[in-house]
Design a protein around this ligand. Structure first.
Ligand SMILES: [Zn+2]
Length: 438
Protein backbone atom coordinates (compact mmCIF):
# COMPACT_ATOMS: atom_id res chain seq x y z
CA UNK A 1 0.00 0.00 0.00
CA UNK A 2 1.87 2.98 -1.24
CA UNK A 3 1.80 5.81 1.26
CA UNK A 4 1.64 9.02 -0.65
CA UNK A 5 2.09 12.32 0.98
CA UNK A 6 -1.25 13.52 2.28
CA UNK A 7 -2.16 16.60 0.34
CA UNK A 8 -3.33 18.43 3.37
CA UNK A 9 0.22 18.79 4.48
CA UNK A 10 1.28 20.81 1.60
CA UNK A 11 0.13 24.11 0.40
CA UNK A 12 2.58 24.82 -2.32
CA UNK A 13 2.37 28.48 -2.90
CA UNK A 14 2.62 30.04 -6.26
CA UNK A 15 1.52 33.61 -6.60
CA UNK A 16 -1.66 32.62 -8.35
CA UNK A 17 -2.48 30.03 -5.74
CA UNK A 18 -2.41 32.25 -2.76
CA UNK A 19 -6.08 32.18 -2.18
CA UNK A 20 -8.42 30.07 -0.23
CA UNK A 21 -11.43 28.13 -1.22
CA UNK A 22 -14.51 28.05 0.89
CA UNK A 23 -13.84 24.42 1.57
CA UNK A 24 -10.58 25.23 3.25
CA UNK A 25 -12.32 27.70 5.48
CA UNK A 26 -14.88 25.14 6.50
CA UNK A 27 -12.04 22.75 7.14
CA UNK A 28 -10.39 25.16 9.50
CA UNK A 29 -13.52 25.77 11.47
CA UNK A 30 -14.02 22.05 11.90
CA UNK A 31 -10.68 21.66 13.61
CA UNK A 32 -10.72 20.91 17.27
CA UNK A 33 -9.34 23.78 19.27
CA UNK A 34 -5.64 23.64 18.98
CA UNK A 35 -3.76 24.38 22.20
CA UNK A 36 -1.40 27.26 22.38
CA UNK A 37 -0.39 27.28 18.80
CA UNK A 38 -1.67 25.83 15.61
CA UNK A 39 0.41 24.92 12.65
CA UNK A 40 -0.91 23.22 9.64
CA UNK A 41 -0.74 23.21 5.94
CA UNK A 42 -3.60 23.62 3.59
CA UNK A 43 -4.32 22.62 0.07
CA UNK A 44 -6.97 24.40 -1.90
CA UNK A 45 -8.58 21.12 -2.96
CA UNK A 46 -8.60 19.42 0.38
CA UNK A 47 -11.70 17.56 1.36
CA UNK A 48 -12.85 18.68 4.74
CA UNK A 49 -13.06 15.26 6.29
CA UNK A 50 -9.35 14.64 5.89
CA UNK A 51 -8.20 17.32 8.25
CA UNK A 52 -7.17 16.59 11.76
CA UNK A 53 -4.26 18.23 13.53
CA UNK A 54 -2.79 14.88 14.48
CA UNK A 55 -2.50 13.95 10.84
CA UNK A 56 -0.50 17.01 10.14
CA UNK A 57 2.03 16.32 12.78
CA UNK A 58 2.32 12.63 12.12
CA UNK A 59 1.97 12.37 8.40
CA UNK A 60 5.35 12.46 6.74
CA UNK A 61 6.01 11.61 3.14
CA UNK A 62 6.90 8.02 2.89
CA UNK A 63 6.73 6.67 -0.62
CA UNK A 64 6.13 2.98 -0.90
CA UNK A 65 9.01 0.60 -1.03
CA UNK A 66 10.21 0.11 -4.53
CA UNK A 67 9.27 -3.52 -4.61
CA UNK A 68 6.32 -3.43 -2.29
CA UNK A 69 4.11 -4.52 -5.15
CA UNK A 70 6.04 -7.74 -5.49
CA UNK A 71 4.15 -10.58 -4.03
CA UNK A 72 6.01 -12.41 -1.36
CA UNK A 73 7.88 -9.53 0.21
CA UNK A 74 7.31 -8.35 3.73
CA UNK A 75 7.45 -4.84 5.06
CA UNK A 76 8.05 -3.75 8.57
CA UNK A 77 8.18 -0.27 9.91
CA UNK A 78 9.34 1.28 13.13
CA UNK A 79 9.54 4.79 14.49
CA UNK A 80 12.72 5.91 16.18
CA UNK A 81 12.18 6.45 19.88
CA UNK A 82 14.20 8.73 22.07
CA UNK A 83 17.06 6.70 23.48
CA UNK A 84 17.13 4.43 20.46
CA UNK A 85 20.36 3.36 18.81
CA UNK A 86 20.35 2.26 15.22
CA UNK A 87 20.90 -1.27 16.49
CA UNK A 88 17.89 -1.21 18.82
CA UNK A 89 15.67 0.31 16.12
CA UNK A 90 16.75 -2.20 13.48
CA UNK A 91 16.35 -4.96 16.03
CA UNK A 92 12.64 -4.17 16.26
CA UNK A 93 12.43 -4.76 12.52
CA UNK A 94 13.66 -8.30 13.13
CA UNK A 95 16.88 -7.68 11.29
CA UNK A 96 19.47 -10.04 12.68
CA UNK A 97 22.63 -8.87 14.36
CA UNK A 98 24.93 -9.95 11.57
CA UNK A 99 22.90 -8.03 8.99
CA UNK A 100 22.93 -4.97 11.21
CA UNK A 101 26.72 -5.21 11.38
CA UNK A 102 26.90 -5.32 7.59
CA UNK A 103 24.54 -2.35 7.29
CA UNK A 104 26.64 -0.38 9.72
CA UNK A 105 29.67 -1.11 7.57
CA UNK A 106 28.22 1.22 4.90
CA UNK A 107 29.13 4.89 5.23
CA UNK A 108 25.57 6.09 4.72
CA UNK A 109 24.18 4.03 7.58
CA UNK A 110 27.08 4.89 9.88
CA UNK A 111 26.42 8.59 9.31
CA UNK A 112 22.76 8.04 9.93
CA UNK A 113 23.46 6.24 13.18
CA UNK A 114 25.21 9.36 14.44
CA UNK A 115 22.20 11.60 13.85
CA UNK A 116 19.13 9.61 14.81
CA UNK A 117 16.06 11.62 15.52
CA UNK A 118 13.06 10.44 17.44
CA UNK A 119 9.91 10.32 15.33
CA UNK A 120 11.64 9.46 12.07
CA UNK A 121 10.66 6.18 10.48
CA UNK A 122 12.53 3.19 9.20
CA UNK A 123 10.95 0.69 6.80
CA UNK A 124 12.47 -2.64 5.92
CA UNK A 125 11.51 -5.01 3.14
CA UNK A 126 12.46 -8.65 3.41
CA UNK A 127 11.97 -11.72 1.29
CA UNK A 128 9.81 -14.60 2.59
CA UNK A 129 12.91 -16.34 3.87
CA UNK A 130 13.89 -13.30 5.92
CA UNK A 131 16.54 -11.92 3.60
CA UNK A 132 16.75 -8.13 3.87
CA UNK A 133 16.07 -6.60 0.45
CA UNK A 134 15.99 -2.92 1.17
CA UNK A 135 15.62 -0.46 3.97
CA UNK A 136 14.46 3.14 3.95
CA UNK A 137 15.41 5.74 6.50
CA UNK A 138 13.80 9.11 7.07
CA UNK A 139 16.62 11.36 8.07
CA UNK A 140 17.08 14.48 10.09
CA UNK A 141 18.97 16.53 7.54
CA UNK A 142 18.19 15.21 4.12
CA UNK A 143 15.91 13.32 1.86
CA UNK A 144 14.90 9.74 2.50
CA UNK A 145 17.82 7.33 2.27
CA UNK A 146 17.29 3.91 0.72
CA UNK A 147 19.75 1.07 1.23
CA UNK A 148 19.42 -1.70 -1.34
CA UNK A 149 20.81 -5.16 -1.00
CA UNK A 150 22.77 -5.98 -4.14
CA UNK A 151 24.73 -9.17 -4.33
CA UNK A 152 26.89 -9.33 -1.24
CA UNK A 153 26.84 -5.62 -0.48
CA UNK A 154 24.55 -2.66 0.07
CA UNK A 155 24.19 0.43 -2.04
CA UNK A 156 22.76 3.72 -0.82
CA UNK A 157 20.31 5.82 -2.77
CA UNK A 158 18.94 9.24 -1.96
CA UNK A 159 15.52 10.50 -2.91
CA UNK A 160 15.50 14.06 -4.17
CA UNK A 161 14.86 16.82 -1.65
CA UNK A 162 11.28 17.63 -0.91
CA UNK A 163 10.73 21.34 -0.70
CA UNK A 164 7.38 22.67 0.38
CA UNK A 165 5.86 25.79 1.78
CA UNK A 166 3.46 25.43 4.66
CA UNK A 167 1.12 27.95 6.11
CA UNK A 168 1.47 28.39 9.86
CA UNK A 169 -1.00 30.13 12.13
CA UNK A 170 -0.16 31.24 15.61
CA UNK A 171 -1.69 33.34 18.28
CA UNK A 172 -0.87 34.63 21.70
CA UNK A 173 -1.43 37.44 24.11
CA UNK A 174 0.67 40.07 25.73
CA UNK A 175 1.78 39.62 29.28
CA UNK A 176 4.82 41.87 29.40
CA UNK A 177 6.22 42.57 25.96
CA UNK A 178 5.62 41.89 22.32
CA UNK A 179 8.73 39.80 21.83
CA UNK A 180 8.16 37.93 25.08
CA UNK A 181 4.75 36.93 23.82
CA UNK A 182 5.81 36.07 20.27
CA UNK A 183 8.71 33.99 21.60
CA UNK A 184 6.33 32.12 23.85
CA UNK A 185 4.06 31.41 20.92
CA UNK A 186 7.00 30.15 18.88
CA UNK A 187 6.72 32.92 16.33
CA UNK A 188 10.00 33.72 14.56
CA UNK A 189 11.45 37.18 15.16
CA UNK A 190 11.25 37.92 11.47
CA UNK A 191 7.47 37.56 11.62
CA UNK A 192 7.19 39.49 14.89
CA UNK A 193 9.24 42.31 13.34
CA UNK A 194 7.05 42.32 10.28
CA UNK A 195 3.91 42.49 12.37
CA UNK A 196 5.30 45.40 14.39
CA UNK A 197 6.36 47.11 11.20
CA UNK A 198 3.04 46.53 9.47
CA UNK A 199 1.03 48.04 12.30
CA UNK A 200 3.58 50.75 13.06
CA UNK A 201 1.55 53.42 11.33
CA UNK A 202 -1.45 52.84 13.59
CA UNK A 203 0.10 51.42 16.74
CA UNK A 204 3.20 52.20 18.76
CA UNK A 205 4.39 48.84 20.03
CA UNK A 206 6.49 50.42 22.73
CA UNK A 207 3.96 52.82 24.14
CA UNK A 208 0.54 51.42 23.37
CA UNK A 209 0.78 47.74 24.37
CA UNK A 210 -1.58 46.58 27.07
CA UNK A 211 -1.44 43.46 29.15
CA UNK A 212 -4.03 41.12 27.66
CA UNK A 213 -3.73 42.46 24.12
CA UNK A 214 -4.06 39.55 21.71
CA UNK A 215 -2.57 38.82 18.34
CA UNK A 216 -2.72 36.26 15.58
CA UNK A 217 -0.36 35.77 12.67
CA UNK A 218 -0.53 33.68 9.53
CA UNK A 219 2.76 33.15 7.75
CA UNK A 220 4.65 30.72 5.58
CA UNK A 221 7.52 28.45 6.49
CA UNK A 222 9.67 26.64 3.99
CA UNK A 223 10.27 22.98 4.73
CA UNK A 224 12.89 20.70 3.33
CA UNK A 225 12.34 16.99 3.80
CA UNK A 226 9.83 17.68 6.50
CA UNK A 227 12.11 20.00 8.49
CA UNK A 228 11.53 23.75 8.72
CA UNK A 229 14.41 25.56 7.05
CA UNK A 230 13.35 29.18 6.68
CA UNK A 231 10.62 31.61 7.56
CA UNK A 232 8.72 33.05 4.66
CA UNK A 233 6.21 35.84 4.47
CA UNK A 234 3.68 37.29 6.87
CA UNK A 235 0.38 36.71 5.06
CA UNK A 236 -1.98 38.21 7.59
CA UNK A 237 -1.98 39.55 11.12
CA UNK A 238 -4.35 40.78 13.72
CA UNK A 239 -3.55 42.78 16.81
CA UNK A 240 -6.22 43.64 19.36
CA UNK A 241 -4.94 46.58 21.36
CA UNK A 242 -7.01 47.76 24.31
CA UNK A 243 -10.05 46.21 22.63
CA UNK A 244 -9.43 47.83 19.26
CA UNK A 245 -8.92 45.40 16.39
CA UNK A 246 -6.13 46.08 13.89
CA UNK A 247 -5.86 43.79 10.91
CA UNK A 248 -3.52 43.44 7.99
CA UNK A 249 -3.49 41.22 4.93
CA UNK A 250 -0.79 40.92 2.32
CA UNK A 251 -1.89 41.76 -1.19
CA UNK A 252 0.10 41.15 -4.33
CA UNK A 253 -1.03 43.22 -7.29
CA UNK A 254 -0.92 42.16 -10.91
CA UNK A 255 2.56 43.60 -11.37
CA UNK A 256 3.89 41.67 -8.38
CA UNK A 257 4.11 44.50 -5.84
CA UNK A 258 3.26 43.35 -2.35
CA UNK A 259 1.84 45.54 0.34
CA UNK A 260 -0.27 45.27 3.47
CA UNK A 261 -3.84 46.48 3.61
CA UNK A 262 -6.72 46.34 6.01
CA UNK A 263 -9.23 43.66 4.98
CA UNK A 264 -11.33 46.56 3.67
CA UNK A 265 -8.60 47.59 1.24
CA UNK A 266 -7.17 50.56 3.09
CA UNK A 267 -3.41 50.76 2.64
CA UNK A 268 -1.47 50.29 5.86
CA UNK A 269 1.49 52.00 4.36
CA UNK A 270 0.93 55.58 5.34
CA UNK A 271 2.35 58.48 3.41
CA UNK A 272 4.60 59.01 6.43
CA UNK A 273 5.83 56.90 9.31
CA UNK A 274 4.95 58.17 12.74
CA UNK A 275 8.61 58.31 13.71
CA UNK A 276 11.96 57.99 11.93
CA UNK A 277 13.26 55.86 14.83
CA UNK A 278 11.99 52.48 15.91
CA UNK A 279 12.30 53.19 19.60
CA UNK A 280 12.78 56.63 21.04
CA UNK A 281 11.28 59.11 23.40
CA UNK A 282 10.60 62.75 22.79
CA UNK A 283 13.15 64.70 24.81
CA UNK A 284 12.21 68.12 23.51
CA UNK A 285 8.99 69.04 21.85
CA UNK A 286 8.15 71.34 19.01
CA UNK A 287 7.62 74.86 20.30
CA UNK A 288 7.46 78.37 19.02
CA UNK A 289 9.62 79.57 21.93
CA UNK A 290 11.90 77.55 24.17
CA UNK A 291 15.08 78.29 26.03
CA UNK A 292 17.79 76.61 24.01
CA UNK A 293 19.69 74.10 26.18
CA UNK A 294 23.07 75.01 24.69
CA UNK A 295 22.70 78.53 23.37
CA UNK A 296 20.80 79.65 26.47
CA UNK A 297 18.48 82.10 24.76
CA UNK A 298 14.88 81.65 23.77
CA UNK A 299 13.94 80.74 20.24
CA UNK A 300 11.62 78.49 18.31
CA UNK A 301 12.31 74.78 18.28
CA UNK A 302 11.30 73.82 14.77
CA UNK A 303 11.11 70.06 15.28
CA UNK A 304 11.10 67.36 17.91
CA UNK A 305 14.14 65.85 19.59
CA UNK A 306 14.05 62.10 19.84
CA UNK A 307 16.44 60.66 22.40
CA UNK A 308 18.27 57.56 21.22
CA UNK A 309 21.79 56.14 21.49
CA UNK A 310 24.46 57.12 18.99
CA UNK A 311 24.32 54.79 16.02
CA UNK A 312 20.54 54.15 16.19
CA UNK A 313 19.22 53.71 12.68
CA UNK A 314 17.26 56.60 11.21
CA UNK A 315 14.57 55.76 8.66
CA UNK A 316 13.10 57.88 5.91
CA UNK A 317 9.55 58.59 7.11
CA UNK A 318 8.18 58.66 3.56
CA UNK A 319 9.14 57.97 -0.02
CA UNK A 320 11.37 60.85 -1.06
CA UNK A 321 14.33 62.24 -2.91
CA UNK A 322 17.43 63.32 -1.02
CA UNK A 323 17.60 67.11 -1.11
CA UNK A 324 20.65 67.50 1.11
CA UNK A 325 23.08 65.26 2.97
CA UNK A 326 25.99 66.99 4.66
CA UNK A 327 26.99 69.38 7.41
CA UNK A 328 24.88 72.40 8.15
CA UNK A 329 25.51 74.75 11.11
CA UNK A 330 23.80 73.83 14.39
CA UNK A 331 22.15 70.81 12.73
CA UNK A 332 25.54 69.13 12.41
CA UNK A 333 25.22 66.28 9.95
CA UNK A 334 21.86 66.74 8.31
CA UNK A 335 19.69 64.91 5.81
CA UNK A 336 16.84 66.76 4.13
CA UNK A 337 14.33 64.68 2.19
CA UNK A 338 11.92 66.11 -0.35
CA UNK A 339 8.56 64.34 -0.52
CA UNK A 340 5.44 64.84 -2.62
CA UNK A 341 3.24 67.90 -2.34
CA UNK A 342 5.80 70.29 -0.87
CA UNK A 343 6.63 68.21 2.19
CA UNK A 344 10.19 68.04 3.47
CA UNK A 345 11.67 66.19 6.44
CA UNK A 346 14.90 67.10 8.30
CA UNK A 347 17.08 64.71 10.27
CA UNK A 348 19.76 66.47 12.32
CA UNK A 349 22.78 65.81 14.61
CA UNK A 350 23.56 62.57 12.75
CA UNK A 351 26.71 60.61 13.53
CA UNK A 352 26.87 59.11 10.03
CA UNK A 353 25.02 58.79 6.76
CA UNK A 354 23.91 55.55 5.13
CA UNK A 355 26.04 54.62 2.11
CA UNK A 356 25.11 56.47 -1.06
CA UNK A 357 23.19 59.30 0.61
CA UNK A 358 23.57 62.17 -1.79
CA UNK A 359 21.42 64.78 -3.42
CA UNK A 360 19.02 63.38 -5.99
CA UNK A 361 18.91 59.85 -4.69
CA UNK A 362 15.48 58.25 -4.30
CA UNK A 363 14.72 56.66 -0.93
CA UNK A 364 11.76 54.54 0.12
CA UNK A 365 9.74 54.87 3.26
CA UNK A 366 11.44 52.97 6.06
CA UNK A 367 14.82 52.89 4.32
CA UNK A 368 17.80 53.52 6.61
CA UNK A 369 19.23 56.92 5.68
CA UNK A 370 21.55 57.74 8.61
CA UNK A 371 22.50 57.11 12.24
CA UNK A 372 21.76 59.06 15.40
CA UNK A 373 24.60 61.19 16.80
CA UNK A 374 25.36 64.46 18.54
CA UNK A 375 26.98 66.54 15.79
CA UNK A 376 26.31 70.27 15.56
CA UNK A 377 24.84 71.96 18.62
CA UNK A 378 23.58 69.12 20.79
CA UNK A 379 23.87 68.26 24.48
CA UNK A 380 23.84 64.51 23.81
CA UNK A 381 22.93 61.97 21.17
CA UNK A 382 19.47 62.51 19.76
CA UNK A 383 17.71 63.00 16.47
CA UNK A 384 16.30 66.37 15.64
CA UNK A 385 13.37 65.68 13.33
CA UNK A 386 11.43 68.29 11.40
CA UNK A 387 8.51 68.27 9.02
CA UNK A 388 8.14 71.27 6.73
CA UNK A 389 5.32 72.02 4.35
CA UNK A 390 6.14 74.59 1.67
CA UNK A 391 9.11 75.64 3.78
CA UNK A 392 7.23 76.17 7.06
CA UNK A 393 8.01 73.85 10.00
CA UNK A 394 5.05 72.07 11.63
CA UNK A 395 4.93 69.92 14.72
CA UNK A 396 5.76 66.41 13.41
CA UNK A 397 3.72 64.82 16.19
CA UNK A 398 0.50 66.59 15.32
CA UNK A 399 0.71 67.76 11.72
CA UNK A 400 -1.74 66.07 9.40
CA UNK A 401 0.31 63.93 7.06
CA UNK A 402 -0.93 62.71 3.71
CA UNK A 403 -1.94 59.05 3.61
CA UNK A 404 -1.33 56.38 1.04
CA UNK A 405 -4.09 55.84 -1.46
CA UNK A 406 -6.44 52.96 -0.81
CA UNK A 407 -6.94 50.22 -3.30
CA UNK A 408 -8.19 51.17 -6.75
CA UNK A 409 -11.71 49.95 -7.43
CA UNK A 410 -10.46 47.89 -10.36
CA UNK A 411 -8.28 45.82 -8.00
CA UNK A 412 -11.09 45.05 -5.61
CA UNK A 413 -12.02 41.64 -6.99
CA UNK A 414 -8.47 40.42 -7.12
CA UNK A 415 -7.83 41.76 -3.64
CA UNK A 416 -10.79 39.98 -2.09
CA UNK A 417 -10.01 36.76 -3.89
CA UNK A 418 -6.52 36.76 -2.38
CA UNK A 419 -7.26 38.05 1.08
CA UNK A 420 -10.81 37.24 2.18
CA UNK A 421 -9.77 33.78 3.38
CA UNK A 422 -7.03 35.20 5.57
CA UNK A 423 -9.37 37.69 7.17
CA UNK A 424 -11.78 34.90 8.05
CA UNK A 425 -8.99 32.86 9.57
CA UNK A 426 -7.78 35.71 11.71
CA UNK A 427 -11.22 35.83 13.27
CA UNK A 428 -11.24 32.10 13.87
CA UNK A 429 -7.79 32.20 15.43
CA UNK A 430 -8.88 34.88 17.86
CA UNK A 431 -11.87 32.77 18.79
CA UNK A 432 -9.49 30.14 20.10
CA UNK A 433 -8.29 32.56 22.77
CA UNK A 434 -4.87 30.98 22.96
CA UNK A 435 -2.85 31.25 26.10
CA UNK A 436 0.37 33.18 26.36
CA UNK A 437 3.20 31.54 28.16
CA UNK A 438 5.48 34.41 29.04
ZN1 LIG B 1 16.00 69.75 18.12
Amino acid sequence: MPLTKPRILTYRMTGAERRFSLRTLVALSSLPLFGVVAAFGLAPDTSTTDIAPETVIEAIALPSLADAANAGTFERETVIQSGDTITSALGRLKIDALEIQRLLATDAVRQLAASLRAGKRIQATTSPDGQLLSIRFERRDGPVLTILHQGDSYIAQEDSDQIETRVVMRAGHIVSSLYGATDSAGIPDKIADKMADTFSTTLDFREDLRRGDTFSVIYTVKYRNGEPVSTGELLAAEFVNAGKVHRAVLYRDASGHESYYTPEGQSLKKGFLRSPLEFSRVTSNFSSARKHPVLGYTRAHTGVDLGAPTGTRVKATGDATVEFAGRKGGYGNLVILRHQNGYETYYGHLSAFAPGMRRGRAVSQGEIIAYVGATGIATGPHLHYEVRIAGTPYNPLTVKLPGSPSLAAAQRGRFLQQTAGWSEKLGLLRGTNLAALD
